[in-house]
Write a protein that binds this ligand. Structure first.
Ligand code: GTP
Ligand code: OAA
Ligand code: MN
Length: 612
């Protein structure tokens, strides 16, 4: 990239370095000595820089520019077919003590792991540019801005990080002015180039390591260029490392969307919802309410940092700056708000199909399926090809500011008060459309036993039911038992009147004939209305062993072709199914051993007794 690069910042050239932050300079020098890049480039985050970067990515064959009349300033690229999702089996929490990682994480001794990683990173950036990306998760004017610096040898990562996080010179200036702590996040695709060797479109390594050192608050990611493995501000920092910081400081870093709802009377409520990957967060965050008189506005679609406010209320902030959404199933029919945001351009698409007129397409985008496409692997595709045109975990990466329904409070460093918390998963049976928890502890029980069928968002088998506490199974940066205990401490710190009410939801239940028991998407606003009316004490409910479910009449069905009996079917608690479920929960809880909080063991006992 010629004039855009700088020589490695080594000890003797520190005088020319673009920052006075001594720790950052030292780290950049150390990494460049280890990884041996051709040059070091400090990312300023400007539009002009983005133009140069994307030009370079087009030249390198990583990205293609889309037809600007269809998608202005937008690009599409395909990853290596073996680098399409997060790799949970290659993800590690290297706490000093193994017990602090707990049974839900892979663990290795930090010194041993560092030795392995140093070997992998040694010379790993040879022939490449090393980019230094100063970033902040959450608003830069937050009381305590949460800084990070990602070092990467992937221009695709730089371009994507610019959409997903606040990056560049402003961040660097504030960081150095405060001589602030930052999370060092080191990333290499692990594909050094020998002199004269031609690059491939998507460099990566067969061997992948996604490693977190919680005590050091550092991240080392090797071998993958994809999403959650490589955009280190997202899952690695804002969930795994932040969950550890949150434990130590008394707050919560959660895998949740945040949605603001305003009732016909003009009263606003903020709902946070935790669903596992590819289970409907982005869709709910961009909800188009079908229920009359209600307004929805987006605050966040994936991550929610919650702190206790001055009046003992729980306040949530979305630390991200963009959407990294699942493309398939996102369409004009199901999620027009996402489609409108995407259509404004300024987006990077990964592993979607290409239309003949230079646009993108994926399954579910339009009702009409194009007669011809280039599929995500670059092959000709027609509707009778017998395979999806877009990869099931293909993604759109789009600035959050392009959402028309974005709430103004998104920009507020103090966030918003959270009034309700939803936990949800993808279950064909057993779990009702919606259940209200009896109490905060009962709500933690619901979250801790959350289960879902696995999706394409992580590599491995799809459709297997697994427990996913608070939808955080792959993201809890410490012992899962301690994590549940930490949730328990919130009750005592909060104002009891202001504690959010907790609900369990399941948009994915099936009827006997195999269809969805509930139409989902915009219609989910009817369920949210019920939940809010429960908070206000105005909606009817039926008490069951697992909590409160709606009566058939208590869900507003105006304008929807559905009967109260069908609602009852969608919310029914079937004792036979629950007998099986209780076995699953018992096995799950047994895995925590001594780390299981006593109050949750008691919750399970009480539930068993209610079914007996
Ligand atoms: N049946 C049904 N499907 C839904 C609903 N909401 C979302 N989906 C589908 O679920 C898939 C994933 O939805 P997303 O909203 O992208 O999931 P996510 O939780 O944001 O996923 P990540 O970004 O991976 O964390 C898409 O294929 C959607 O079409 C719903 O209410 N009902
Ligand atoms: O992290 C990623 O690659 C994408 C994502 O949001 C998830 O899988 O939950
Ligand atoms: Mn999402």
């Amino acid at each position: 990239m010629g004039d855009t690069t700088r020589q490695p910042v080594l000890e003797e050239t520190l005088g020319d370095a673009p920052t006075t932050h001594a720790k950052l300079l030292a780290w950049v020098a150390e990494v460049s000595e280890l990884t041996q890049p051709d040059s070091v480039y400090w990312v300023d985050g400007s539009e002009e820089e983005y133009a140069r970067l994307t030009d370079h990515l087009v030249e390198a064959g990583t990205l293609q520019r889309l037809n600007p009349e269809l998608f202005p300033n937008s690009f599409v690229g395909s990853s290596d077919p073996k680098d399409v999702a997060r790799v949970e089996e290659r993800t590690f929490i290297c706490s000093e003590k193994e017990a602090d990682a707990g049974f839900t994480n892979n663990w290795m001794d930090p010194a041993e792991m560092k030795a392995i990683l140093r070997e992998r990173f040694a010379g790993s950036m040879r022939g490449r540019t090393m980019y230094v990306i100063p970033f902040v998760m959450g608003p830069l004017d937050a009381e305590q801005p949460q800084f990070g610096v990602e070092i990467t040898d992937s221009a695709y990562v730089v371009a994507s990080m610019r959409i997903m996080a606040r990056i560049g010179t402003d961040v660097l200036r504030k960081m150095e002015a405060e001589d602030a702590f930052f999370v060092p996040a080191l990333h290499s695709v692990g594909a050094p180039l020998e002199p004269g060797e031609a690059d491939v479109a998507w460099p990566c390594n067969e061997e992948k390591w996604i490693v977190h050192f919680p005590e050091e608050r550092s991240i080392w990611s090797y071998g993958s260029g994809y999403g959650g493995n490589a955009l280190l501000g997202k899952k690695c920092y804002a969930l795994r490392i932040a969950s550890v910081i949150a434990r130590d400081e008394g707050w919560l870093a959660e895998h949740m969307l945040i949605l603001k709802l305003t009732s016909p009377e003009g009263k606003a409520y903020n709902v946070a919802a935790a669903f596992p990957s590819a289970c409907g967060k982005t869709n709910l965050a961009l909800l188009d309410p079908t229920v009359e008189g209600w307004k929805a506005e987006t605050l966040g679609d994936d991550i929610n940092w919650m702190r206790i406010g001055k009046e003992g209320e729980l306040r949530g902030v979305n630390p991200e700056y963009g959407l990294f959404g699942v493309a398939p199933g996102t369409g004009w029919g199901t999620n027009p708000n996402a489609m409108r945001a995407i259509a404004k351009g300024n987006s990077i698409f990964t592993n979607v199909a290409l239309t003949d007129d230079g646009g993108v397409w994926w399954e579910g985008m339009t009702e009409e399926v194009p007669a011809h496409l280039t599929d995500w692997e670059g092959n000709d595709w027609t509707p009778d090809s017998g395979r999806p045109a877009a990869h099931p975990n293909s993604r759109f990466c789009t600035p959050i500011s392009q959402i028309d329904m974005l709430a103004q409070e998104y920009y507020s460093p103090d966030g918003v008060e959270i009034h309700a918390i939803l936990f949800g998963g993808r279950r064909k049976t057993t779990i009702p459309l919606v259940t209200q928890a009896r109490s905060w502890t009962n709500g933690i029980f619901m979250g801790s036993t959350l289960s879902s069928e696995t999706t394409a968002a992580a590599s491995g088998a799809v459709g297997v039911v697994r427990r996913d506490p608070m939808a955080m199974l792959p993201f809890i940066g410490y012992n899962a038992g301690d994590y549940l205990k930490h949730w328990g401490t919130i009750e005592a710190k909060a104002n009891p009147e202001r504690l959010p009410k907790v609900f369990l939801v399941n948009w994915f239940r099936r009827t006997a004939d195999g269809g969805f028991a509930w139409p989902g998407f915009g219609e989910n606003s009817r369920v949210l209305k019920w939940a809010i009316e429960r908070i206000e004490g105005t909606a009817d409910a039926k008490e069951t062993p697992i909590g409160y479910i709606p009566t058939g009449e208590s869900i507003d069905l105006t304008g929807l072709d559905m009967t109260p009996e069908q609602v009852e079917e969608a919310v029914k608690v079937d004792p036979a199914e629950w007998k099986e479920e209780l076995k699953g929960i018992e096995e799950w809880y047994a895995r925590f051993g001594d780390a299981l909080p006593a109050e949750l063991a008691a919750e399970l006992k009480q539930l068993q007794a209610r079914f007996a």
